[in-house]
Design a protein around this ligand. Structure first.
Ligand code: P6P
Length: 339
């Protein structure tokens, strides 16, 4: 669908329908699937935005830990359950994978299955909930590739370059839904007074080069020599290349990525001595954001190869991640090639 500025204010539902017509066999399944995700986003947004008022109900930890040994926050569970319940019933999915569930999530018989599969991080950055830092939902959609009606884990281990759509919902000063269906990246801001996501960021593009770097420098001593040299390079003064870069790190991937998408620069979660594959998960964090970054004219890499070409061996596989402006990611790869 060709973008024009007059479409600002277009609803997300209308945009999805136009996208589907422009690229997919117009079966309505794709629109129906994305519609359920936007409904989940509205419900989670409402819950998060009242969290402060009902602190004893929704803030704080749920007293359990997830597959990664991380404390599960009550809003984590709420978000995960909301998306699972809505998406299982939509009839367009054959199987789901979630950060909060060790095993794949199958679709109960009574709902029927469809030709898509979904991977999600229901509430990324949830350790920031109690300090009112923006957090987000990340999703990735593939076509089912396994034989038969029911999906299998194989459907959830496809390389990112097979995605048909990906997006995130950032719950911050406003709730913004950003997605791509392979035809550019588009952002929609929730107008709570009418309960609609309205087009606010048509055809988003990452600047080819930025002046911001985003990484947890607390891990500096655990990094490879190439990683250390790259960050030291960014800190040097050189007007011609816009250095020293500004350091910005929120510690909430969706927020750090959203800023990188809008302003350019680079976000990194490198491998280190503690985490030889980095921290972020390929299926529901790195691959969807890589799809968005590439569709916005940017790049996503493990530091050695495109993050979009990696085929996962297991559902919760981690990879090192360098994502953002193409020139910045390529500069990082040059330094890492020295390792
Ligand atoms: P660190 C949040 O817990 C998260 O999964 C991402 O949202 C974020 O980018 C990363 O971890 C932060 O990790 O080690 O810097 O605290």
């Amino acid at each position: 669908m060709s973008e024009n500025k007059e479409q600002t204010g277009l609803t997300l539902t209308q945009h999805i329908r136009l996208e589907q017509r422009a690229f997919a066999s117009a079966t309505g399944e794709f629109s129906g699937l994305l519609h359920e995700i936007l409904v989940a986003g509205k419900i989670i947004s409402r819950e998060i935005n009242t969290a402060g008022l009902e602190a004893e109900l929704v803030l704080g930890v749920a007293g359990t830990t997830n597959v990664h040994g991380e404390e599960v926050q009550k809003l984590d569970e709420y978000s995960n359950n909301t998306i699972i319940q809505l998406l299982q019933r939509c009839g367009h999915l054959a199987i789901m994978g979630s950060e909060e569930n060790e095993e794949p999530i199958h679709i109960p018989e009574q709902y029927g299955t469809g030709k898509y599969v979904l991977l999600m991080d229901p509430l990324d950055g949830s350790s920031n909930i109690d300090v009112n830092v923006s957090i987000g939902t990340i999703f990735s959609i593939y076509k089912k590739v396994s034989p038969g009606e029911k999906g299998s884990v194989e459907d959830l281990l496809q390389p990112g370059n097979q995605q048909v759509a990906a997006g995130y919902i950032i719950y911050g000063s406003s709730t913004v839904f950003v997605y791509t269906a392979g035809n550019g990246v588009h952002g929609f801001t929730l107008d709570p007074s009418v309960g609609e996501f309205l087009l606010s960021h048509p055809d988003m593009k990452i600047p080819n080069k930025g002046t911001i770097y985003s990484v947890n420098e607390g891990n500096f001593n655990l990094w490879s020599e190439g990683q250390k040299k790259y960050v030291e390079y960014l800190r040097e003064s050189d007007k011609a290349t816009g250095r020293p870069y500004k350091a910005r790190y929120i510690g909430s991937f969706v927020s750090d990525f959203h800023r990188t998408l809008l302003k350019g620069g680079i976000f990194m979660y490198p491998a280190d001595e503690k985490a030889p594959n980095g921290k972020l998960r390929l299926g529901y964090e790195c691959a969807p954001m890589a799809f968005i970054a590439e569709q916005a004219g940017g790049k996503a890499s493990t530091g050695k190869e495109s993050a979009m070409d990696i085929k996962a061996d297991k559902l919760h596989q981690r990879i090192p991640l360098y994502i953002g402006s193409t020139e910045d990611v390529e500069m990082a790869e040059k330094f890492l090639a020295e390792d």
